[in-house]
Design a protein around this ligand. Structure first.
Ligand code: NAP
Ligand code: GDD
Length: 384
């Protein structure tokens, strides 16, 4: 009997060991899936609101946050434009129909609108204020409308946070335009502001109010002082996209010439996709602060034009000066660039170049795309 039992037992030992192993593996999987759930929970439970969701930066930021697992509420002012066109940037990045993205109407110039939407989403973790009248030249034509959106708008949002949930972290889109007629080269967080347009004057008010809400009421409110950042999703009125579109049309024979204003202005151009990552990093720190976000290189509009033409295989020669300056196609001698004074501004910001050492050290942020790569990316995107 005993012998029979042992021979039965040892005969099945292989099966028993396998069964124990199976139980261990299942237990392990269960434990790890609980840990993973916890980790993804800590990310997916974050909820952010982005104003100006139809704009360039908002599209890249929405994509970045959705990729990180956030729930995103995008807000826009009421528009009569068909949504299928209005949200083209979100569509381009493949996030318009994302299950964790919802879109609502909120005009940031209307304090009631801001309060209602933020009260409705009082469990928000972060608000990124990207809405603005962002075209500097237009601000000279509509200075008070620009002030409403770019100056009072952020103040409405700060007040709504103060009234509903002071734990909501706030990002304000400040700008290198604040440095205006620059008082130092390169510009850092310590460089004094010297605005040269209604746009930058309004942004200066918003910047100061953001710092004030932090210092007066303890809000976690940050300002990103971002230098020019571009992409294939850039508005057509900005010089980078205007150039990229024109050189491709000139190459394809559907446009004769590109008309520009001040081609000697210098800008520190980076890629928007890189810059939105810095916005997010700012709101993940222990302490709210200001950061310059830039590439640390500067180039003229003229250089941007030359490189863009080179990308489509056209080399240009400049001749003449000031308003009579023009660029010729080296092979055909056709005039491909002309100066048109209508694109001059009443006051120009001549030189911007940022030093983002603080962001590098504190946020671990660095740009990944050079201006030459950016130009190629933008030109290539225009080729149908
Ligand atoms: P953008 O493409 O012009 O997007 C701005 C968005 O704000 C637009 O979709 C616009 O809506 C919306 N908006 C305008 N008025 C509004 C209002 N009253 N209420 C709600 N939304 C309103 O600008 P961006 O290049 O993405 O820039 C994002 C932010 O960063 C802006 O605040 C800009 O000033 C700032 N910034 C940009 C740069 C840069 O180089 N891109 C550099 C520094 C700072 P509509 O589409 O209906 O006009
Ligand atoms: N838009 C435009 N169109 N600019 C031209 C043209 C033209 O035909 N010709 C020359 N420029 C010059 C402008 O005078 C300016 O010096 C430079 O090109 C860049 O102009 P924009 O691309 O319109 O950008 P911006 O520098 O004025 O403003 C952008 O960057 C700021 C950050 O420094 C915007 O995105 C602002 O919202 C942002 O704050």
């Amino acid at each position: 009997m005993i012998i029979k039992f042992f021979s039965f037992f040892f005969g099945r030992i292989n099966l028993i060991v396998r069964f124990i192993c199976f139980v261990c593996v299942m237990a392990n999987m269960l434990v790890f899936s609980v840990i993973e759930d916890d980790e993804s929970q800590s990310v997916t439970s974050k909820k952010a609101l982005i104003t100006g969701i139809a704009g360039q930066d908002a599209a890249y930021l929405a994509k970045h946050l959705l990729d990180l697992g956030y729930t995103v509420i995008g807000t826009h002012r009421r528009t009569s434009t068909d949504a299928s066109y209005y949200f083209w940037r979100l569509k381009e990045l493949g996030c318009y129909e994302h299950p964790r993205l919802s879109i609502e109407v909120m005009d940031i110039t209307d304090s009631i609108s801001c309060l209602n939407v933020i009260r409705k989403h009082s469990n928000l973790n972060e608000i990124y204020n990207l809405a603005a009248q962002s075209f500097v030249k237009e601000s000279f034509n509509s200075p008070t409308a620009t002030l409403d959106v770019d100056g009072a708008g952020p103040c409405n949002l700060l007040n709504a946070i103060f009234q509903t949930n002071k734990a909501i972290r706030f990002y304000q889109a400040s700008t290198s335009e604040l440095f205006g007629a620059v008082k130092a080269i390169p510009q850092t967080e310590l460089t004094p502001f010297n605005p040269r347009s209604p746009y930058s004057a309004a942004k200066q008010y918003a910047h100061s109010m953001t710092v004030n809400y932090r210092e007066s009421y303890g809000l976690f409110a940050c300002c990103g002082i971002l230098f020019n950042h571009e992409s294939p999703l850039r508005g057509e009125e900005f010089v980078s996209r205007k150039i990229a579109q024109a050189v491709v049309k000139i190459k394809e024979g559907t446009q004769e010439c590109l008309e520009l204003g001040n081609i000697d202005a210098k800008r520190d151009w980076g890629f928007a996709g890189d810059y939105v990552k810095a916005m997010h990093l700012m709101l993940q720190q222990d302490v709210a602060d200001e950061y310059v976000i830039a590439t640390g290189t500067t180039n003229t509009v003229r250089y941007f034009v030359e490189k863009a033409f080179e990308r489509v295989g056209i080399f240009i020669d400049w001749e003449g000066s000031a308003e009579n300056e023009r660029a010729l196609n080296r092979d055909t001698r056709a005039v491909v660039v002309k100066i048109n004074p209508k694109f001059y501004r009443p006051a120009e910001v001549d030189l911007l170049i940022g030093d983002s050492t603080k962001a590098k050290n504190a946020l671990g942020w660095e740009p990944e795309v050079s201006v030459e790569q950016l130009i190629n990316m933008m030109v290539d995107a225009e080729i149908s």
